[in-house]
Design a protein around this ligand. Structure first.
Ligand code: PAF
Length: 280
């Protein structure tokens, strides 16, 4: 396995892979790899000739400097994990090379970036669409792998690829959960034991949504009310949003006809967690 840090080295390697007509699977990450990332890597490993994983804590997608500073970092361990999955290349770019002095070009997506997390994290998706465009340009993957936990991000990235005519297949794989249901997230390691236990209300609220929907309750507000009360019943939780949205447009639905997504963002202590479940 190679660990490549320099941009021109990465681009040279990609050119030679492309010359050999090998396919590239790409798993973009911010590191602190967990079981969710591992599942993406295994799938990408199976479906492509070459597997490239990027590790880059992208400063432009953090709306809060403290959050960026405290984002978990464990490069040596991440490299070990990648090696154990037979990753071909781990790309760990330097921020100074990706965002050279004078950098002033951003990719701005409207509509899909406005609701949900867009309301609470101004500028976040502009950072995501910009870094993803850059990484896609550098790595030129045939397929990129994302986890369902970041539902809005996935919809945004799929639209980015469609709107800018990038020939990349975006694969979204199911959320990986700990045994008790908490969605794997790099941020979970910020939770103390008390908060870790409080955070279970997030998945419980999603299960409640699923069971209400299954018993033919289609009134989104009724479901949201129940979900909200489950989350509020735990100490140290603060809701950013509890929403039921159209799976494609991310607009709120009032009556669920067909498919919808129940999606939540909750702060548990100082840690912001997101999760979702598809109702269909
Ligand atoms: O989901 C993430 O880890 C990041 O938002 C991503 C997609 C790697 C872009 O920095």
């Amino acid at each position: 396995m190679e660990v490549i840090k320099k941009l021109n080295e990465m681009q040279t390697r990609v050119s030679s892979i492309k010359e050999r007509k090998e396919t590239i699977g790409f798993v973009p990450t911010m590191g602190a790899l967990h079981e969710g990332h591992i599942s993406l890597m295994h799938n990408a490993r199976d479906e492509n000739d070459k597997l490239i994983v990027s590790i880059f804590v992208n400063p432009t997608q953090f709306d809060n400097g403290d959050d960026f500073k405290s984002y978990p970092r464990q490069l040596d361990k991440d490299i070990e994990i990648a090696e154990s999955i037979n990753v071909d290349i781990v790309f760990v770019p330097y921020a100074e090379e990706l965002f050279k002095e004078g950098f002033c070009t951003y990719v701005l997506q409207t509509k899909l970036t406005e609701p949900l997390c867009g309301k609470f994290r101004p500028g976040h998706f502009k950072g995501v669409t910009t870094i993803m465009t850059k990484l896609f340009n550098i790595i030129k993957p045939d397929r990129a792998y994302l986890g369902q936990k970041d539902y809005q991000q996935n919809i945004v990235i799929k639209r980015l690829v469609r709107d800018l005519n990038m020939m990349i297949d975006i694969k979204v794989l199911p959320t990986v959960r700990d045994k008790d249901g908490l969605a794997c997230s790099s941020r979970n390691r910020h939770l103390n034991p008390q908060e870790r236990s409080n955070a279970l209300c997030i998945y419980n609220s999603l299960l409640k949504a699923k069971s209400m929907y299954s018993s033919s309750i289609k009134d989104a507000n009724k479901i949201i009310e129940e979900m909200t009360s489950i989350i509020k019943s735990e100490e140290y939780t603060r809701i950013d949003y509890v929403s039921i949205v159209n799976p494609n447009t991310l607009e709120d639905v009032s009556c669920i006809n067909g498919k919808a997504v129940a999606t939540v963002a909750v702060r548990v202590g100082d840690t912001r967690l997101i999760d979702n479940i598809i109702l269909e």
